[in-house]
Write a protein that binds this ligand. Structure first.
Ligand code: NDP
Length: 456
């Protein structure tokens, strides 16, 4: 951290920088992976710009402002006390109040939350909205819990989280395991504890301050981004075969928009396996999937049986023949071998609906094979963008129409695409390195704000 050597932009800089990150954050492999991916693009950029050499900007950006953890005790339906751990990682608020989702996942660790919080800073900067980066959640498994248990857990979590959040301080939203129902319970408890009805959470129900289209925004945004990538490459979505992983909020809304834009969705999955059909999902079939998954908590295996689709137990979707792959489930769900299979089967575009779903090896293979690749911090920014718009509506005490929010979402996704192109293109209309473009554009915005505000 206190090494004063300037960056030259070579491989040694990266190794030296990463050695420091690993030493300061031992055993946090997801966090190391996310930082490495950014540093590989940003260090050469810093080396070329004197303005960014001073001030140890990347060192400061990789150190969260604070990490808080707390006990969450609650009573289950059998009257037994249960104890979980909750966290909030407030990463950087140089461009706006902290903002990022809450995740409920029994395997959640501080490393995962730090990687997500770090990515969120760059993603939020890319949206052009005034929002900083954070992430949080609990090592709680909502699967198999009754509605009453979910409510009591959310209330217990908020009893602690309330001390750290607020409409101008930190505004959490949903993520894996946290949807509109959970946000409703969290918001109700926040309102009760603070005796204020303010926009301290986003992803709320539309009847109590939520934004139209927030639920759909991440998945729809991924498809708008893919459309922009294809436009630039003189392609379109019509008839394209799309393999999607996951069957949650992001995956199902990505599927919905893909179908609306004329594409064929040939897979969906969950942690139990993949359902596959080469003809693709019909719109009515997607409604059945949504009902079964969202309302009744069915597994993809049951959905496949109902629709008469092929089900591959324990398998990810990456062996399916497709033109486009959209990993929309979780981190590191697509590795180098999966990438090679996709490439061999003719896949030409990969956009991340999930956060860091592709391993570093997978990304390298896509780039080596000239597969168009969009990182999550660009492609899945539609969710936080509409959260930003929800915040704006709450502050204005207004409710925008669905069409207005959709127009804004499309514009924001196009602006993100253009920012990626500006820093990741060759300036001559050649292919865009979206990863590099997203990393540098996000860094630049954050770095300029940090420089202007002094060393803090
Ligand atoms: P959900 O909880 O709604 O859905 C997650 C889906 O992924 C479920 O179908 C789940 O299946 C599946 N899944 C989880 N873990 C695995 C695994 N190890 N292998 C295979 N499938 C798995 O979450 P979201 O859709 O909200 O989030 C998905 C991803 O998108 C995450 O990476 C999240 O951080 C990211 N994201 C979400 C945003 C949002 O607005 N919600 C915004 C931006 C990014 P199962 O039921 O079997 O666990």
């Amino acid at each position: 951290m206190n090494d004063d050597k300037r960056f030259d932009g070579d491989r040694k800089d990266l190794e030296r920088f990463m050695d420091g990150v690993v030493q300061r954050n031992p055993d946090e492999k997801e966090f190391h992976q996310a930082v490495h991916e950014v540093a590989a693009d940003v260090l050469p950029f810093i080396a070329e710009h004197d303005r960014y050499q001073r001030g140890k900007l990347l060192e400061r950006m990789t150190e969260p402002d604070r990490v808080v953890s707390f006990r969450v005790s609650w009573i289950d339906d059998q009257g037994q006390p249960q104890v979980h751990r909750g966290w909030r990682v407030q990463f950087n608020n140089a461009i706006g109040p902290y903002k990022g989702g809450l995740r409920f996942d029994p395997g959640l660790t501080e490393s995962v939350l730090k990687f997500l919080g770090f990515e969120q800073c760059f993603k939020n900067a890319l949206t052009g909205l005034p929002i900083g980066g954070a992430k949080g959640g609990a090592n709680f498994d909502p699967k198999g819990r009754s509605d009453d248990e979910i409510m009591r857990f959310c209330q217990a979590l908020m009893n602690q989280l309330v001390h750290y959040i607020g409409p101008n301080r930190d505004i959490p939203a949903g993520d894996i395991g946290v949807g509109q129902r959970e946000i409703g319970y969290l918001f109700g408890q926040y309102r009760t504890l603070t005796r204020e009805f303010v926009g301290a959470l986003t992803g709320k129900g539309v009847s109590f301050g939520g934004s139209e289209l927030r639920t759909e925004a991440t998945g729809y945004g991924v498809l708008y981004f893919v459309q922009d990538m294809l436009d630039r490459a003189d392609g379109d979505l019509d008839g394209q075969r799309i393999a999607i992983s996951g069957a949650g909020n992001v995956a199902l809304h990505a599927a919905e928009k893909a179908i609306a834009l004329g594409a064929r969705v040939v897979t969906l999955s969950d942690s139990g396996g993949t359902m596959h059909d080469a003809d693709g999902l019909e719109r009515e079939q997607l409604e059945t999937v949504k009902r079964m998954k969202q309302d009744r908590g069915c597994r993809i295996e049951q959905v496949a049986e109902k629709l008469g689709w092929d089900f591959q137990e324990g398998k990810a979707p990456w062996a399916a023949e497709c033109d486009i792959a959209l990993p929309c489930a979780t981190q590191n769900e697509l590795d180098g071998d999966d990438a090679q299979t996709l490439i061999d089967n003719g896949c030409r575009l990969v956009a991340e609906g999930a956060n860091m779903p592709c391993t570093a090896d997978a990304v390298e293979r896509f780039q080596d094979a000239d597969v168009l690749y969009a990182p999550g911090k660009a492609a899945n920014a539609g969710g936080v963008a509409v959260s930003g718009l929800e915040r704006a509506q709450n502050a204005q005490h207004l409710v925008w129409t669905r069409d207005r929010v959709d127009d804004e979402l499309q514009k924001i996704m196009r602006d993100i695409h253009d920012r990626c192109e500006r820093h990741g293109g060759d300036g001559n209309g050649g292919p865009v390195n979206y990863r590099k473009g997203a990393n540098i554009a996000g860094f630049e915005k954050l770095a300029d704000a940090m420089i202007a505000q002094g060393v803090l």
